[in-house]
Design a binder for this molecule. Structure first.
Ligand SMILES: [Zn+2]
Length: 346
């Protein structure tokens, strides 16, 4: 089948929009028509080569989507044609297939076990989870990473107790959901920090008790004013900026937890005072909030359907796939809550 996809051909350059061709499905592979895809900071990092040289170029991108199963390969039992699904990057139930490959003008294009910046995608069975058909594709897409990473972080990594303080550095799609998750477990205070007032306004809607614009205040002094000199119980860092990571760690209480979601460039290091780590302070990275999509997505979907998980206002920008490079520039500028790619007009 031939369809349009955004291809990462060269690091640090615009994505190439082109027609590619999928190959016959192999064991455990699923062909999905992608209706919506979120854009996550992880893709900006991939395009920029944050982790270093990329030996898979050219390749496809994207790891949170909502779509409909078109065809299933041999052995697939988790989904069937016609099912509405979340496309996610964490492993769920089902076969861990070979990653799909595509043809592009005679060249081979790589992909991972899931990609979503295309009209169709061949993904591994363990990267799709069925959802009810009345769930909007955008909400399904958010369940692929932004929501599951954030709520998993609160439950599994932060282990926030009722009344503990939380500070969130960076209020994009994941940060806003971390704030929402912190609210759901009765954290207090919940401090949102960002460079844009409109994102801080969204943070308030999602439950932040205090907001700080880092452009025009001394964040460290203000956080200590709010939570006291000991620091916050949980600091969550979204930006990947090494100075912000250092600040988040420094502002974490001696028995508290600093959780890193943002990833700095491979050639940048952080400097921290490590002694408190010997006495119970925790510094850890987040990998999708240790989410298990098979069990967690249906749980969160029920909360959404019962009006207990507010996701409808999370999406601040929408772009057709053809305008993906404009969308990426908007996100790089830091102005966006969550940006959605729309592959169909509905
Ligand atoms: Zn993501």
């Amino acid at each position: 089948m031939k369809f349009t996809a955004a291809i990462l051909e060269t690091l640090d350059a615009p994505l190439v929009l082109a027609e590619i061709e999928s190959q016959p499905l192999e064991c455990g592979q699923v062909l999905v028509r992608v209706h919506r895809s979120g854009i996550c900071g992880a893709q900006l990092n991939e395009i920029a080569g944050t982790k270093g040289p990329d030996r898979f170029l050219p390749h496809l991108l994207g790891h949170e989507g909502g779509g409909v199963v078109v065809e299933t390969g041999p052995g697939v039992t988790v989904v069937k044609p016609g099912d509405h699904v979340v496309l996610h990057w964490r492993k769920g139930n089902g076969i861990h297939s070979k990653p799909a490959g595509y043809k592009w003008n005679g060249r081979h294009v790589n992909s991972g076990w899931v990609t979503t910046f295309s009209e169709y995608a061949v993904v591994s069975e363990n990267r799709v989870t069925p959802v009810p058909k009345d769930v909007p594709f955008e909400i399904a897409a958010l369940m692929g990473c932004a929501v599951t990473t954030a709520l998993g972080l609160i439950n599994n990594l932060a282990q926030v107790k009722i009344g503990q303080s939380v500070a969130v550095f960076g209020c994009g799609g994941v940060g806003l959901n971390v704030i929402q998750g912190a609210t759901m477990v009765s954290a207090d205070p919940i401090i949102a920090i960002d460079l844009y007032d409109h994102k801080l306004a969204m943070a308030k809607e999602f439950g932040a008790t205090h907001t700080l614009n880092a452009k025009n205040c001394d964040v460290a002094a203000e956080v200590r004013k709010i939570v006291g000199p000991a620091g916050v119980d949980v600091a969550v860092e979204m930006t990947g900026d090494v100075r912000v990571i250092e600040q988040a760690y420094a502002l974490t209480a001696n028995q508290g937890r600093t959780i890193l979601v943002g990833v700095p460039r491979h050639d940048q290091n952080i400097g921290i005072h490590s002694l408190p780590l010997h006495h119970g302070k925790v510094l850890t990275g987040c990998e999708g909030g240790d989410t298990n999509p098979t069990t967690d997505i249906p749980r969160y979907m029920r909360l959404y359907q019962r009006g207990k998980l507010a996701l409808d206002h999370l999406i601040t920008h929408r772009f057709p796939l053809a305008e993906i490079n404009t969308a990426l520039d908007k996100i790089r500028a830091g102005e966006v809550g969550r940006c959605m790619l729309t592959m169909d007009p509905t």
